[in-house]
Ligand binder design. Structure first.
Ligand code: SF4
Length: 379
């Protein structure tokens, strides 16, 4: 644990982390926060000053997957920074105390104030909150008590942000997100199923460095993590552009890593930094593992049909792209060349040739359409 008057950096050095590793961590955090290079020194300075940010972590109606994702962190940075260095004063899942002792820890932390409240899980509103109670109190009452003295609230995972799986139709417990209940505190939403620990750590580091929450979108999601569509950064995007789609699980395209749009991928309508930060210390993410994105950082994703292709109404593909309105239509290089504009055809053909050459996929031939494809519809 952090000694009195000790800085986070001093703690990390004491635990065996080198100055070089510390600066690397600061650089990673600046990158995750999409901050310019000179912010690295601001972050380092903030973590070098003796300060402690108490955290109270509530776990309400959920599966504990967000806590699990966080604890799976193998690097000492994420787990130690938040759990040991920043001090989680109350987290009923991982704290040693239980029962009355645990409740007293929470009450003491709340009475002291000045903490960040992290909420995992949805809030059950039906039948006076009777579907989720702890120590005889409803999840709504627990949240309202803990929010009263918090300086800010971080809702982690889709359950705490938008209701999550518990809110799926017909939502029998009337599951709601934190921002549906609390209206008088700064709230930042970090959706995902589970939350990405990098985004949580980066949010806390941003607060420590600038004493405020990062810029957010209309869903209170930080722009650094949710400012761009998955589709825009996806490693399979080249295949989307070339009209190369997985048609069946285990087909040649699936084995070759082609686009999962026709298998129901929600990447084109999902805002998240999954493709860049990935999960499990950057090991992998769903699309890299061959599964379509299910849109878990969006409100209402739990009611979407996972394997049904989506219609995109706000995006008109150029004529050299395959249409996304009729996902079962086959687009061939020949068809593209016939239907595209002269410039578009040249660019498309050159791109497809270059991609084929780079990926050495010449043994996987796209199906050739016998008819000229229609022009994409206007949206
Ligand atoms: S549709 Fe999905 S798999 Fe295909 S490029 Fe977009 S995000 Fe990636």
């Amino acid at each position: 644990m952090l000694h009195l008057g000790e800085s986070i950096q001093e703690f990390l050095l004491r635990e065996g982390m080198s100055r070089r590793d510390f600066m690397k961590f600061c650089t990673i955090m600046a990158g995750a926060l999409a901050l310019p290079k000179n912010a690295v020194s601001d972050i380092a300075r903030a973590l070098e000053s003796p300060q402690r940010l108490p955290i109270v972590w509530l776990e309400l109606q959920d599966c504990a997957g967000c806590s699990e994702a966080f604890l799976r962190s193998t690097s000492p940075t994420a787990a130690e920074l938040v759990l040991d260095v920043l001090s989680v004063d109350y987290h009923e899942t991982i704290m040693a105390a239980s029962g009355f002792q645990a409740e007293k820890s929470k009450d003491d932390a709340i009475a002291a104030g000045g903490y960040i409240l992290v909420v995992e899980g949805s809030i059950s509103l039906a039948d006076d909150g009777g579907y989720c109670t702890i120590a005889g109190k409803s999840s709504k009452a627990i949240l309202e008590d803990a929010a009263a003295n918090a300086v800010a609230i971080i809702a982690v995972g889709n359950c705490a942000t938008f209701g999550g799986i518990p809110a799926a139709n017909p939502n029998p417990t009337q599951a709601a997100g934190v921002w549906d209940i609390i209206k008088n505190k700064p709230i930042i939403n970090l959706p995902g199923c589970p939350v990405n620990p990098v985004n949580l750590t980066a949010t806390v580091v941003h607060y420590l460095t600038f004493n405020q929450l990062p810029d957010m979108d209309s869903f209170n999601r930080p722009l650094f993590g949710f400012g761009r569509r998955i589709h825009d950064n996806c490693e399979r995007r080249g295949h989307f552009d070339a009209g190369e789609f997985v048609k069946e699980w285990g087909d040649e395209g699936h084995r070759a890593g082609w686009c999962l749009y026709q298998m129901g991928c929600k990447g084109p309508i999902t805002f998240h930094n999954c493709p860049s930060v990935r999960y499990n210390e950057g090991t992998s993410w769903p699309i890299a593992a061959g599964h379509p994105c299910i849109g878990c950082s969006e409100p209402g994703f739990w009611n979407w049909e996972v394997y049904k292709p989506i219609s995109l109404n706000t995006f008109t593909p150029p004529t050299t792209f395959p249409t996304v309105e009729t996902p079962d239509r086959e687009i061939s290089p020949a068809g593209i060349a016939i239907s595209g504009t002269a410039v578009g055809a040249i660019v498309g053909a050159a791109g497809a040739f270059a991609y084929t050459a780079l990926t050495n996929r010449s043994n996987i031939q796209p199906e050739v359409a016998t008819e000229e494809p229609e022009e994409p519809a206007e949206h």
